[in-house]
Design a binder for this molecule. Sequence first.
Ligand code: FES
Length: 109
Amino acid sequence: MVWKRTISAKILEKVKSAPVKVEDKVIFMANINGTLYAIDGACTHARCIIHILDEQNLTVRCPCHQALFDLKTGKMLEPPFVAPDAPKEKLGLKTYQIRDNNGWIEVDV
Ligand code: FES
């Protein structure tokens, strides 16, 4: 495990979600009612940064072509509208372990 310190836990709690650069990647982090989530922030379709969070359904949508991902599993739920036949099962996002360590959000990269 390689835990990397990212942003303040208080900031993530306040903004609820954010794409954060961690080393050479962008990781989308969310704090939904105290539960932390982390998935790759770069969409598997054309690398746009995902950030449209649906707190109720625990999903995040890509702003470029509207692909929809499960925040908990990274699974692609809806393909990009420009590629409706894309193989969703192959286009999921990687998930990461995430924790609050003394007020700092850390991700296992
Ligand atoms: S880049 Fe995300 S849906 Fe196209």
